[in-house]
Design a protein around this ligand. Structure first.
Ligand SMILES: [Zn+2]
Length: 314
C-alpha cells in the first residue's frame, strides 16, 4: 500500500499485435478518485434503473385508478338519473294518493304525516351523506362521496315507497269497505213506475203511510234497491200480502209488499237492481203497485230521504 496519495503508479499496456507498448502514470490519489467516481456512477445507474421501474409501476396504477374513476363518474351519473326519476315517480304517487284520500274522504294516517315530515327533512336537497367507509377503498383512493349521497338518497326513496305502499293498502281497504257499504245502501227505486203515495201522514186515508207506493203494470219486475241478503219471502202480516224483506247491513232493511210472485228465496244474496219479485195485488191494495219501506235499526224512515243519497253524507 502507498504511504502517500501523491505517490505515483505506472500502468503499462502491451498490445499483442506488435504495436509499441505504452504506459501512463497517475498518482494513487487520482486512482482512488477515479474508482470512487466509477463506484458512485454505477450506484447512480442502478438506482435510476429501479427508480424508473417504480415510476412505471406507479404510472400503471394511476392508469387503473383513472379508468376506475371514469367508470365511477359514469355510475354516479346513471344513479343520479335513476334517483331523479324515482323521486318524480314518488312525487306523482304522493299527489295521486292525496287526491284519492281527498276524494274518498280518508284522512292522512297520523304516523304517515310525521313520517312524511321526517322523510322530507332528510331527502331531496338536504341529504346527509352516509359514511363512505363501507364504499371501500380502491388503490388507497376513497370512493366519491357523491356516490354515497346518491345511495343514501335511493335508500330514502325506497323507505318512502314502502310507506306509500302501506298507505295505498290502507286506502284500498277503506275504499273496498266504502264501495261495499255504498253497494249495500238501499238507494235505488224498487220498480219502474210512478209514485202514487208518499211516506207520511195521509189526510185522505187518515193514516200514516210508512213507505212509498210505486205503481206499474201487473207482473212487472221489482228490484232490490241495494245489495243484501233476503231474510224474508212470504206472506207478511195481513195488509202486506206477499212480501220480500232484504237485510242490507249497517242497520238497513227494505220491504217490498203486494207482490204477485217471488224471484228469490230466503238466504239468497242479491245485488242492487236484481229482480226479486213481481208487481201484484196481494194484501190490501187497490191496484198493482209495490209498497216499499226502508227501515234503519228497526225504525221506519222516508225512502225518499235515501233515494240517490250517498251513505257517507248521511
Ligand atoms: Zn203503500
Amino acid at each position: 500500500m502507498p504511504k502517500r496519495l501523491n505517490d505515483e503508479i505506472t500502468f503499462m499496456i502491451l498490445p499483442h499485435s506488435g504495436h509499441t507498448p505504452f504506459s501512463f502514470k497517475m498518482s494513487w490519489g487520482v486512482l482512488v478518485f477515479c474508482l470512487t467516481i466509477l463506484f458512485f456512477g454505477a450506484l447512480f445507474v442502478i438506482g435510476t434503473f429501479f427508480f424508473a421501474l417504480s415510476v412505471n409501476s406507479k404510472l400503471s396504477d394511476y392508469q387503473i385508478v383513472k379508468s376506475q374513476n371514469a367508470r365511477q363518474v359514469e355510475e354516479i351519473r346513471q344513479l343520479k338519473i335513476e334517483s331523479e326519476s324515482l323521486k318524480k315517480d314518488l312525487k306523482r304517487l304522493s299527489d295521486e294518493e292525496r287526491e284519492l284520500r281527498s276524494n274518498l274522504g280518508i284522512s292522512e294516517p297520523s304516523d304517515s304525516t310525521s313520517k312524511a315530515k321526517s322523510d322530507k327533512s332528510s331527502s331531496i336537497e338536504g341529504i346527509t351523506p352516509i359514511g363512505s367507509e363501507d364504499m371501500g377503498n380502491l388503490f388507497g383512493v376513497t370512493m366519491d362521496p357523491r356516490l354515497a349521497n346518491i345511495k343514501n338518497e335511493l335508500s330514502i326513496v325506497r323507505t318512502q315507497l314502502s310507506s306509500r305502499e302501506r298507505s295505498f293498502l290502507q286506502i284500498s281497504q277503506i275504499a273496498k269497505r266504502k264501495i261495499n257499504e255504498y253497494a249495500s245502501f238501499p238507494t235505488g227505486f224498487p220498480a219502474d213506475g210512478v209514485i202514487t203515495s208518499y211516506f207520511g201522514y195521509r189526510p185522505a186515508f187518515g193514516d200514516f203511510h210508512p213507505g212509498i207506493d210505486v205503481a206499474t203494470s201487473y207482473g212487472s219486475p221489482i228490484y232490490a234497491t241495494g245489495d243484501g241478503v233476503v231474510v224474508f219471502a212470504g206472506w207478511y202480516l195481513s195488509g202486506y200480502g206477499m212480501t220480500v224483506i232484504i237485510d242490507h247491513g249497517n242497520g238497513y232493511e227494505t220491504i217490498y209488499a203486494h207482490d204477485s210472485a217471488f224471484a228469490v228465496r230466503v238466504g239468497q244474496r242479491v245485488r242492487r237492481g236484481e229482480v226479486i219479485a213481481y208487481i201484484g195485488l196481494t194484501g190490501f191494495t187497490t191496484g198493482p203497485h209495490v209498497h216499499y219501506e226502508v227501515h234503519h235499526y228497526g225504525r221506519v224512515i222516508n225512502p225518499m230521504s235515501v233515494v240517490g243519497a250517498n251513505p257517507a253524507e248521511l
